[in-house]
Design a protein around this ligand. Structure first.
Ligand code: DAH
Length: 345
């Protein structure tokens, strides 16, 4: 009996030594198997009871073994709780979210190609001392047409072109509406540009959309000439296309708010004027409608056309983006298809 007692004490001491190193559930499992499992030494102690003859001896041995067993189990239980707690804390620490950390995710958003070109044009024009102005997308017929010398009978007002709203307003068909709004508010000399979205009731195909982007430009001062217009366009376009020099040509174009009005073409930047599919083998690309501000437009803005004159131009931002990024279908730009948009990071 004495021997059993000693052995149990030794066994328990060994157990106590072993649990000193237990700091995880994994290590705890090993200790559990060794000291309280079916194949543990404790189990073999229990088997010894059967070999004892006297009932008192059996009783005492049983008492001693069970006491050791329950002490071991008690300690293991406490240890298990503390290990579990430690593990949870460790996991929480690993999972904790630091809201101040920058996000480097594959699903990061990107700017739209139109935004890239719009920002470029904004940077270039402000560098040429133009000021940015804006106007509403929901516009009055007055600012969109009348004040731009477009009479009620003009085909541009036709139901086929313009979205008429139930509240009596329209969706602006061009950013030229910002011309009339600016002239009313600011007195010359002025150089402004107005980038923004425009809307037309179009049948949609690869080159027509109901929503598209333009930049309107307007200069009003004294003694402005067509040479000023051409010089400004050449500077602007050579910056946009990153070319030393851009060849331009003017053809007559009719727009009620300019007189004379022009279609400004640039020598094809793809083939250098030799003729290719982009310029439809003409060597030229029709790019900027423009002209000298019509005296009536100045009058509508309360500006004396005898004293002041100017020029205006309308740059198709959507068209520029398609040219720069070689996008052959305008519908892709508004599609919201991430496979397209992700290419312009
Ligand atoms: N607003 C015209 C359009 O959308 C474009 C335009 C033509 C603007 C001539 C101008 C201009 O400033 O002078 O079709």
């Amino acid at each position: 009996m004495k021997k059993l007692k000693e052995e149990l004490e030794l066994f328990f001491k060994e157990f106590e030594d072993d649990i000193k190193n237990v700091d995880s559930l994994e290590k705890l499992k090993d200790v559990e198997i060794k000291y309280s499992g079916k194949r543990s030494k404790l189990h073999s102690f229990l088997k010894l009871i059967g070999d004892l003859k006297k009932p008192e001896e059996k009783k005492e041995a049983g008492f001693l073994i069970n006491r050791t067993k329950s002490e071991i189990e008690k300690k293991l239980k406490v240890l298990k709780e503390s290990c579990e707690k430690k593990e949870i804390e460790k996991r929480l620490k690993q999972q904790s979210i630091d809201f101040t950390k920058p996000v480097f995710s594959e699903n990061k958003g990107s700017l739209h190609p139109i935004t890239f070109i719009k920002r470029d044009v904004e940077r270039i024009l402000t560098g040429m001392s133009f000021s940015l102005v804006t106007g509403p997308e929901m516009e009055t017929e007055y600012y969109n047409f009348e004040a731009l010398n477009i009479p009620p009978t003009h085909p541009a007002r036709d139901m086929q072109d313009t979205f008429f709203l139930l509240n009596g307003m329209i969706l602006r068909t061009h950013t030229s509406s910002c011309q009339s709004r600016t002239l009313e508010k600011h007195k010359p000399p002025l150089r402004i540009f107005a980038p923004g979205k425009c809307f037309r009731y179009e049948s949609i195909d690869a080159s027509h959309e109901t929503a598209f982007y333009q930049v309107e430009g307007l200069v009003v001062d004294q003694n402005i000439t067509i040479a000023n217009l051409i010089g400004t366009m050449k500077t602007l376009l050579s910056e946009i296309f990153q070319r030393e020099d851009i060849d331009v040509r003017l053809r007559p174009g009719y727009f009620p708010f300019v007189e004379p009005g022009f279609e400004l073409d640039i020598k094809c930047i793809i083939c250098n004027g030799k003729g290719c599919s982009t310029c439809k083998h003409s060597g030229w690309l029709e790019l900027v409608p423009c002209g000298m501000v019509h005296p009536n437009v100045l009058k509508y803005g309360g500006i004396d056309p005898e004293k002041y004159n100017g020029f205006a131009f309308g740059l198709g931002l959507t068209r520029l983006a398609m040219m720069r990024y070689k996008i052959n279908d305008i519908r892709l730009l508004n599609s919201g298809d991430l496979r397209i948009l992700k290419q312009f990071r």
